[in-house]
Structures are given as C-alpha cells and as structure tokens.
Design a protein around this ligand. Structure first.
Ligand SMILES: Cc1ncc(C[n+]2csc(CCOP(=O)(O)OP(=O)(O)O)c2C)c(N)n1
Length: 372
C-alpha cells in the first residue's frame, strides 16, 4: 500500500522512530513531509527512547503517537512498554509500526533470523495487539484493522502494524548528504592498515560488511575481526570486555554515530575504566547510512567533548585522510584509551556484499585468535 494511505488511516500527527531499511518508504515520507520537526517527527537515539518521547507527547496532548522501528528494536522497547505504557501502570496508548526483518520463510541475515521468529510473539507477550501488513493487504483491510485498534487504544492499550518486506511504497525521493568527503569504506581500509594484527570489533551495518570485504581484498584472514552484525550500539562494550581480559593486545572498536548514540552510556563506562589498550574510532556521517541515510543528531553534538567529559584521556576529530593516518599511528603508541572521531560522507558502494562466513564461524575464529 502507499505509505500516505497508511499514515492517513492512522491519523496521528506525531511520529518518533529509529530508521529501518524495510520501512524506508515511511522514513522517506516522514522526512519529505516534516523533515526533523520536534512537533511531528523525531528520529530518536533508540527505540525505547522513541517510546518514552512518544509517551511524553501523549501526556502533553492526550493524543495517540506513533513509534516506528525495525523489529530488532523490540528489545529496546520492552522495558518502557511493560513498565510505562502497560495498562497496569500508566495505560498510555501508542501505535507501533514494526519492520519485520527475518520473517520465517524469507531469507535474511543471521542477526534477523531469531528476532524474526519471535517478532509477533514478543508483541503479543507485551499485550500489544498486532495486525500484519503484506503486499496483498488492501487499504480497506487496514482501515478495518485501525477501527478495531481505536477501541483497544481507547482502553489505554497499545497496538502494532507489523510490516512485511515490500508492503509499503512511497514515490517521492529524498536525498541524504552532508559536507564531508571521506567515504566510510576507505576510512575502514586506513584503520585496517594501521591496526595490523590487532583485533577489531566493528559495529552493526555496512561498516562490518566493508571491513569483511577489506579483508577479502587484502587477502587477509577474518580472524582479527568480530563483526557485531546485530546488537546495535553494543560493539564498544563488547570490545571493552575483550580489552579488559586481553591486556596484552591492542583492541580497536570501529563504531558508527547512530550506534554510539543508541547506547551512549557505554562511553561513560569506557571513560571510567580507561582501558589503555583500547582505540575507539567513531565514523560519524551523522546518518543511519546503512538503512537509507536518515539523519542522526550526531551532526550537532560534540563527540570529542563527550568522550573527554566521560574520562577518555585523549579524543580528537579528523576530517582528512592525512589527519586520520597521523592519529591512528599516534593512538598506537600512546598506550591510553583514545577516541578518534572521523567525519564521513553519506554513501556506500552499490555492490557491497555481505559476510560469507557464518556468525558462528566468525566467533570461533575470533576467539581462537584471541586465545592464540
Ligand atoms: C536496535 C536496532 N535498531 C535499528 C537497527 C537497524 N539499523 C541497522 S544499521 C543502522 C544504522 C546505523 O547507523 P550508524 O551507526 O550511524 O552507522 P552507518 O550505517 O551510518 O554507517 C540501523 C538503524 C538495528 N540493527 N538495531
């Protein structure tokens, strides 16, 4: 169905979400219609953050907000859904729009398989009434479903439209760009060159795919890399756990701005622990490039200042390859927790592949390398 029709049927004037490639039609529609506008459309740090923000909207307006997200965000909403929205607590009505990656029977990447299996069950367990929209669902079907939903919402309960692959369409075009010049893949190639045989923990999305392909292009082993294919926002904590327990190895974390924002508390934990064998590289394109390029708020925050305030002994921002190479080398000999923010353009190769090894193989090779 056309996304405009879905939005019209829902009839809400406030959307908050974390972008999803399967919800690209909705994300692009919202960006084309509102851009980022605190009264109508906010891309928040994580899906729980969206839910809380939408709850505040309801408290202030009495109206029903919409939260959109990929199903991988279900974990992030469970706490506010169960202990804030639920009608045994504050009974706050909300409409969720959930992109269904990994739907059983549809081929998808490893990180989506189990999440896809439990997507509807988790919503039902959270007492969220669901309706699935697929390619064949008609506008009339959705209208009827929404009429039923209104009765549920009137009782202070929550509802969700679960969106199958290819179910929503939007004819408009939205271009996402910034003023930076460095491409993420080339930044990763420079990090790989500098890191030599050090282990790298890389973040969710295309950064990990580009790291994998860089190893292939270099004829190198994948054993150095732990690809955090799911679990967005947690790669720096995984790397911290490794760094603490492998004090004789230098550990690199290749992070994204969307991921850093999603669980920014991890920076405080890193700053408090100050692992001297840890180099945190944050590739900042101020966008969720992997899922389409929709903006994050990282263009208007000072990541270097945040790192320093969290206790990182050293933090710097670079926007040229020459400065990047200098900082990568300096970080290696500093023997102190260091953060390098790299200003990056929005974009990727069209023919970028996906890891050809399984997640389990990735873990086993990485562990064997750490223990060798
Ligand atoms: C909890 C969760 N929410 C949403 C997603 C979907 N998702 C995958 S990658 C990505 C964008 C990551 O942005 P960033 O860290 O800035 O890296 P970039 O793609 O820009 O390189 C999103 C939103 C996800 N994997 N997990």
């Amino acid at each position: 169905m056309k996304v405009e029709k879905l939005v019209e049927i829902i009839g809400s004037d406030f959307y908050s979400g974390v972008p999803d490639s399967q919800l690209k039609a909705l994300c692009n529609y919202l960006m084309a219609t509102y851009g980022i506008d605190p009264l109508h459309h906010v891309i928040a740090a994580n899906e729980g953050n969206c839910t809380a923000l939408a709850a505040g909207y309801h408290l202030a307006t009495g109206k029903v907000p919409v939260v959109y997200m990929q199903n991988s965000g279900e974990g992030n909403i469970i706490n506010p859904v169960a202990s804030l929205l639920n009608d045994k607590v504050y009974a706050i009505p909300m409409v969720f729009i959930v992109g269904w990656r990994g739907e059983p029977g549809i081929h998808d990447e490893p990180q989506h398989i189990y999440q896809g299996e439990v997507t509807v069950k988790l919503l039902e367990d959270m007492d969220i009434t669901t309706f699935i929209i697929g390619k064949d669902t008609t506008d009339e079907d959705v209208l009827v479903a929404m009429n039923g939903f209104r009765e549920v919402l009137a009782q202070g309960k929550d509802v969700a439209f679960v969106i199958r692959k290819g179910a929503l369409s939007f004819d408009g075009k939205v271009e996402y760009k910034n003023d930076n010049t460095m491409m993420r893949e080339e930044i990763i190639q420079h990090i790989v060159k500098a890191s030599g045989e050090d282990p790298i923990v890389s973040t969710t999305g295309k950064a990990s795919r580009e790291l994998f392909e860089t190893r292939v292009a270099n004829g190198q082993s994948h054993k150095y890399d732990f690809l955090t294919v799911g679990s967005m926002g947690h790669s720096s904590s995984i790397a911290l756990g490794v760094a603490i327990n492998k004090p004789d190895m230098r550990i690199w974390c290749v992070d994204g701005d969307g991921a850093v924002l999603m669980h920014m508390g991890s920076m405080a934990l890193l700053g408090a622990n100050k692992p001297s064998n840890f180099i945190h590289v944050v590739i900042n394109n101020s966008a969720h490039e992997t899922v389409g390029g929709m903006p994050t708020v990282a263009g208007s925050i000072d990541i270097v200042a945040i790192a320093k305030a969290c206790g990182y002994p050293y933090a710097v921002s670079v926007d040229t390859f020459a400065a990047l190479d200098t900082e990568l080398e300096a970080a290696k000999s500093r023997h102190e927790l260091s953060l390098i923010e790299v200003k990056c353009s929005i974009g990727a190769r069209d023919d970028l592949g996906r890891p050809t090894t399984t997640a389990l193989e990735n873990k086993e090779n990485f562990m064997a390398y750490l223990m060798s």
